[in-house]
Design a protein around this ligand. Structure first.
Ligand SMILES: [Zn+2]
Length: 212
């Protein structure tokens, strides 16, 4: 479904790049995909123009072939960057998303503009600022995976759809984010916490067929 080749998946796996950092740039020029990737916190573009040297089709968002020169994979240290971990919800999709951003003020607008995961009524319900925001996001997402997915899925779960959304309640997502902060003693500043009850979606197991 994501359209990556087995060789590309192996390469990304080897460099420990989660699929959520990978962006389908099909039909886009660098000047087009670069700002979008930056905004969506994506690091590797695929379906790009093949590199001249070996015909690879994975590039960093600055347009370098990351397979010809793996030094371009150094962005992975970004896990410690200061930013915002947020929880957003869509009422039409009955889905929740935990994400990382540098600019939470415009995040719901950009999720809606890009029709993220097929929905355009995203609302940021919760946000915290931390120098560990990237880690908090990654860890909270994997707690959510562990909770909602079967063991089979978890085994293969490193490779999810790049639209990482969950059928779960807002309060469950919030509980996981807070749990990650307290278990790791991460310093954070709470910047938004909506008390709405409209986003208390039921927890559903995602169809795992596409993941095979
Ligand atoms: Zn190359």
């Amino acid at each position: 479904m994501h359209g990556l080749t087995k060789e590309q998946i192996n390469f990304l796996n080897e460099h420990r790049v989660h699929l959520k950092f990978v962006f389908n740039a099909k039909g886009m020029s660098k000047s087009k995909y670069r700002p979008i990737m930056k905004e969506l916190n994506k690091y590797i573009a695929y379906n790009v123009t093949p590199c001249k040297k070996s015909g690879h089709t994975l590039r960093t968002r600055s347009g370098h072939c990351c397979q010809c020169n793996t030094a371009h994979m150094a962005f992975q240290k970004r896990n410690d960057s200061v930013g915002v971990t947020y929880i957003a919800g869509s009422l039409t999709g009955n889905v929740i998303k935990i994400g990382f951003t540098k600019a939470v003020e415009i995040r719901s607008e950009s999720l809606n503009r890009t029709n993220y995961a097929g929905f355009n009524d995203w609302k940021v319900l919760f946000a915290l600022k931390s120098k560990n925001a990237g880690r908090i996001e990654t860890r909270a997402n994997s707690l959510l995976n562990n909770y909602a997915f079967s063991l089979d899925y978890e085994h293969d779960g490193h490779w999810q759809d790049s639209h990482e959304t969950f059928h779960c309640s807002y309060s469950k997502a919030k509980k996981f984010v807070k749990q990650v902060c307290s278990e790791n003693n991460y310093d954070f500043e709470s910047i938004r916490e909506s008390l709405t009850e409209k986003y208390e979606f039921r927890i559903l197991k995602k169809d795992t067929k596409w993941n095979k």
